[in-house]
Design a protein around this ligand. Structure first.
Ligand code: TRP
Length: 427
């Protein structure tokens, strides 16, 4: 085992392992992998693959050391909640987990847990991909009936982007409206801005320093690829994203209790933060958070990368008009169809690389309809333009309904969601 560790050290750093000496003059790229052409690259800031089908998620499970959400687990969830599992589970969109069986054990023994998720408010513009974790979290909150905390990392965006603290805080409050529009229950949900809440909480900062004491600079370099010239704000930030995993960060919700188990739904690129958190947890006497990981939401141009809020044509924004949605999909959605109608009829389209089909797996609720579309497209009976039309007609009402709900959300409601308070649960 030691020999094989030395080998992976060499392939990751290009240097021979020497006991007690950190690698010289080099940035250890995340998760011990190097940025090779044919390797998928995944970290909290970058997602890149050369494969048109997208990232190889099975490989990622092995590399990150998480577990696959398999049929057994999905069946167990169904038994526990007595309802059909969400389409994101049925279709492998949430595909990986850590310790979900422990959450179900707790739930079946009538022991409570809580949900934690978050968002980095990098701009006002949120796109449909940003909603995936929130739509799923809303469903989890409903079926399990548990408290939820949502962290808005305005501090993170201040540190990483060229942005003032005021602007980041403003975006946090704007993004909170889109999040609230997903339908969260105000009596069961606490949304907080780091810039706001950290200084007022009696529990949060204690957990931040506890995490900070148990992670070395060398470790965060290895996990996140920080270098000697990154500001110390970035280097210590992972402790701030870790802290909400511990119930003692929210004394007002959990009556000061330390041992309430946490479940974090997030996209798989956030896993490095929580691998670190899970490593520290037992050493500071806290339970490890459990996780549910989702795949990335592909850019319109193809699954090689995730949607980006900074490229307007790569995304469908929550503010897009029906017409913009239509134009973007028709013009930019990468097609797995053939070059000519004759060829398409003869050989059929490829759903594995077709972005419109991928989006339908995220948003079309009806399993039978989805299967029919897949067969018709693959056989060549359904043309790309027709498939795109189905997607346009699915997304337009969905986005319009979101805009309608968002309009109803006042600054006063945002303030209520963001006020530290007891929720409708006894601990
Ligand atoms: N770092 C995340 C982002 O940039 C935001 C975040 C904070 C988060 N805490 C989280 C995401 C917990 C998922 C789960 O978007």
């Amino acid at each position: 085992m030691l020999l094989s560790l030395k080998l992976s050290y060499k392939s990751a750093t290009g240097q021979d392992y020497q006991a007690g000496l950190p690698p010289r003059d080099l940035v250890l790229i995340n998760n011990g992998t190097t940025k090779e052409e044919d390797e998928d690259f995944v970290d909290p800031w970058t997602v890149q693959t050369s494969n048109a089908k997208g990232v190889d998620y099975d490989k990622l499970i092995v590399r990150f050391g998480s577990s696959k959400i398999d049929t057994d687990l999905i069946n167990r969830i169904e038994r526990a909640i007595g309802q059909k599992p969400h389409r994101f589970l049925r279709r492998g969109i949430f595909f990986s987990h850590r310790d979900m069986d422990q959450i179900l054990d707790a739930y079946e023994n009538k022991k409570s847990f809580y949900l934690y998720t978050g968002r980095g408010p990098s701009s006002q513009a949120m796109h449909v991909g940003h909603l995936i974790p929130f739509v799923f979290t809303k469903w989890l909150q409903e079926v399990f009936d548990v408290p939820l905390v949502i962290q808005l990392t305005d501090d993170e965006k201040y540190l990483w982007k060229d942005m003032t603290t005021e602007k980041a805080y403003e975006y946090a409050k704007e993004n909170a409206k889109d999040i609230i529009a997903c339908g969260f229950d105000i009596n069961k949900t606490f949304i907080f801005s780091d810039l706001d809440y950290l200084g007022t909480s009696t529990g949060f900062y204690k957990n931040v320093v506890k995490v900070q004491k148990h992670v070395t600079f060398n470790q965060v370099k290895g996990i996140f690829g920080f270098t000697d010239s990154d500001c110390i704000g970035k280097i210590s930030f992972p402790a701030i994203q870790a802290a909400p995993s511990f119930s003692s960060s929210f004394p007002q919700i959990f009556d000061g209790k330390e041992n309430i188990q946490c479940l974090i739904p997030c996209a798989i690129d956030q896993d490095p933060y929580f691998r670190m958190t899970r490593d520290v947890a037992p050493r500071i006497g806290q339970p490890k958070p459990a996780l549910l990981h989702s795949v990335f939401f592909p850019a319109l141009q193809g699954a090689q990368t995730k949607m980006s809020a900074s490229d307007p044509n790569s995304s469908i924004f929550l503010t897009d008009t029906p017409k913009q949605i239509k134009t973007k999909i028709n013009k930019h959605a990468f097609s797995g169809g053939r070059d000519t109608i004759e060829e398409h009829r003869k050989y059929g389209g490829n759903c594995d690389v077709d972005v419109s089909f991928m989006y339908l797996t995220f948003f079309l609720e009806d399993d039978d309809r989805l299967e029919q579309l897949k067969q018709a497209y693959t056989s060549g009976e359904l043309l790309t333009g027709e498939l795109k039309k189905v997607l346009i007609e699915t997304l337009q009402p969905l986005i319009a309904a979101h805009q309608e709900r968002r309009k109803q959300i006042t600054d006063e409601m945002v303030k209520q969601f963001m006020t530290p308070r007891k929720l409708d649960f006894e601990f």
